[in-house]
Design a binder for this molecule. Structure first.
Ligand code: MG
Ligand code: MG
Length: 635
């Protein structure tokens, strides 16, 4: 599999782009003409720079408004092409993209266009280069890859071929199966892009909202399956116009790009077992069956405060690590929720504490095969993580995740860690508050990073993403998107994550990131089978829940037609309520711990699928009231 990316896809000047693209492991680049024009140096220098990075130039683009012109414009277009061919010779590339014309003067007609291309093919041949024809979704006469192919077929010249671009085909909802009839050796390059489903002008959508395969909603896998069936074995080239990427980190965008292509081709290989798809072998996407533990890094004083807060939710100290300053907190004798507090003065936990303050820096995910999980993550470019272990300590494989945190993988063999490394605490455990599992983990990040982590989670794990929704904070919008295990809605156990993207630091989410210097886990939600029972038990243990306004409950009663007794009960315990087509949802929030970290207790009744999204603005307003004295600006 030869991978390539258009320089237009990432930010920086040409040097920075090439360095990032090479570091991410691409084989080639498309040189976008504007990047070349902005570069202060002759074409031969650009070519040498590309090759010095170990890259090849897979394509020079774009050449616009070529075909179907009357004279004298036609003659000018041919002259323009000759000059570009000469430039390509100096750059050291042999393929140019010609996109279908949008010129008002262009005349229609497949044969007219084919004749232009046949003539151009002869000129290209004399320069030792080839031209590829791409149907723009908004082309004047040609806007469909089937018509572009017909032009190429009738041009019947070895130096003239077809260029396919997933965006142009999928945006116009053209049946991808029609690609299977095109001979693979007539396709000169394949460009790939995804996009979120937004109903807008095609040109604007394409120029601003494209994203990496797997980050959007288009069926890029279906498109690529059809391409693979043609026998095409040339470069797969990302061509992503995205405003965010153009302002993002070149390195991380390049890494995402490469990850998206490997993940895409892995899916294509699994869907088309009869085809020889050249993608490195790796385990299939990994099924996560739950959150085995969450680990906090803290100093001794804050560990005491955190332990006290956990105590009000029914947790008690259950075990101590044999060699390290690490404790485990559980409900009763159950091991379904394992909260680890690490106060060591060495190791990564301590470093994390020094950077972020007390924070939930590591998550342990339960999987069937921990080494296989790391193998897939590594094949997708994830950074592995390991700490030096003492004698008698298990080596639990891990990778780096959001906000510099760590994701551990625990399988059956590694779950014995609780017995091997920890001594139970002798005291009889407290009865707990009926909390039975970790329902979800909420991670907060800068909005620009959201696509990166969505791709990370959905490429490595057998998960799916929900559409992005806006959550209104009085100080701005927070974007929220759910990643959850496939099958969790059908009642299987699995992973639920809510990712929140903050656009400014005045929102509660933005405040949390700013004050914790980029820590990611902002809240942990525990599941209960009976929210009112848990509420009563937690009240006895001294939990002060986040206080919800009377106005909220008045509105709630009217909105859902609740019985007054029910509303009173919700209000008495500060329980938020939601309902969907499948069931009901109950939520209790803790007060903030530190700079905006908190806990949530939820009950899902009857298969409710959401996360209480409609309640988020009320929850945020209540939390901001609680921390405003410490300096959150009034919105
Ligand atoms: Mg294109
Ligand atoms: Mg939540």
């Amino acid at each position: 599999m030869k991978t390539s990316i258009a320089t237009v896809s990432i930010s920086g000047d040409l040097r920075e782009k090439l360095a990032a693209i090479a570091a991410a492991g691409f084989d080639g680049v498309e040189i976008f003409e504007q990047d070349f024009l902005a570069f202060d140096g002759p074409p031969a220098e650009v070519g040498a720079m590309v090759r010095d990075h170990g890259l090849e130039i897979t394509l020079f683009q774009p050449f616009r408004d070529f075909e179907g012109l009357p004279e004298p414009q036609r003659g000018h277009a041919f002259e323009r092409a000759r000059r570009k061919f000469d430039l390509m010779n100096q750059l050291g590339t042999d393929l140019m993209l010609i996109c279908s014309s949008v010129a008002p003067a262009a005349l229609g007609g497949i044969d007219r266009a084919a004749n232009d291309f046949r003539e151009l093919g002869e000129i290209a041949k004399s320069f030792g280069v080839r031209v590829g024809y791409e149907a723009l979704a908004w082309g004047r006469h040609v806007s469909d890859h089937r018509d572009a192919w017909e032009v190429v077929r009738r041009a019947d010249h070895p130096n003239v071929g077809l260029i396919l671009d997933s965006f142009h085909t999928l945006a116009r909802k053209i049946d991808v199966e029609t690609i299977r009839a095109i001979p693979g050796d007539r396709i000169f390059i394949v460009q790939l892009a995804d996009a979120p489903l937004i109903d807008m002008d095609l040109l604007y959508w394409s120029r601003h909202f494209r994203n990496m395969p797997g980050e959007g909603d288009l069926d890029v896998v279906g498109f690529m399956r059809a391409v693979a069936a043609t026998g095409y074995d040339g470069p797969l080239s990302l061509e992503i116009f995205n405003d965010q990427f153009r302002g993002g980190s070149p390195r991380s965008i390049a890494v995402d790009g490469r990850r998206s292509l490997v993940n895409l081709m892995d899916q294509v290989r699994r869907a088309e077992p009869a085809l020889a798809i050249p993608v490195p072998a790796m385990p299939d996407r990994i099924e996560v069956t739950g959150v085995e533990f969450v680990e906090f890094a803290a100093d001794e004083q804050e560990a005491g405060e955190l332990g006290a807060l956990l105590g009000t939710m029914g947790f008690s100290l259950a075990a101590r690590h044999r060699y390290r300053d690490v404790t485990v907190w559980r409900q009763g004798t159950e091991r379904n929720i394992n909260l680890v507090i690490n106060t060591s003065h060495e190791g990564f936990g301590h470093s994390s504490y020094l950077v972020h303050g007390t924070n939930a820096y590591a998550i342990g995910l339960r999987v069937a095969d921990a080494p296989a999980t790391v193998a897939r993550a590594r094949a997708l470019g994830a950074e592995t993580f390991a700490e030096s272990r003492g004698p008698g300590e298990l080596s639990i494989p891990a990778i780096r995740g959001v906000g510099g945190g760590v994701i551990y993988f625990v399988d059956d063999a590694l779950a014995k860690v609780w017995d091997v490394e920890f001594d139970p605490v002798a005291d009889a455990p407290t009865p707990g508050a009926g909390l039975i599992s970790i329902d979800h983990v909420a991670q907060t990040m800068n909005y620009e990073e959201m696509l990166t982590w969505l791709l990370f989670y959905t490429a490595i794990f057998r998960t799916r993403k929900s559409p992005m929704v806006d959550v209104v904070d009085p100080a701005g919008l927070v974007r929220s998107q759910v990643v959850e295990s496939e099958g969790i809605r059908e009642g299987k156990s699995g992973l639920r994550l809510t990712l929140n993207g903050a656009e400014n630091r005045k929102t509660l989410a933005g405040h949390f990131i700013a004050e914790s210097f980029g820590s990611s886990v902002q809240h942990l939600a525990f599941a209960t089978a009976d929210v009112f029972d848990s509420a009563e038990r937690m009240a006895e243990l001294g939990l002060r829940p986040l206080e919800i306004t009377a106005n909220y409950y008045d509105d709630l009663e009217a909105r859902f037609g609740l019985e007054p007794e029910m509303t009173a009960r919700l209000r008495r315990h500060n329980v938020l309520y939601d309902r969907d087509a499948h069931g009901e949802f109950f939520q209790i929030y803790s007060q903030n711990f530190g700079e905006g970290f908190f806990f949530e207790i939820v009950e899902r009744r009857g298969g409710y699928r959401g996360y209480g999204g409609p309640n988020a603005p009320f929850r945020i307003a209540a939390q901001k009231r609680a921390i405003r004295p410490k300096g959150i600006p009034r919105a």
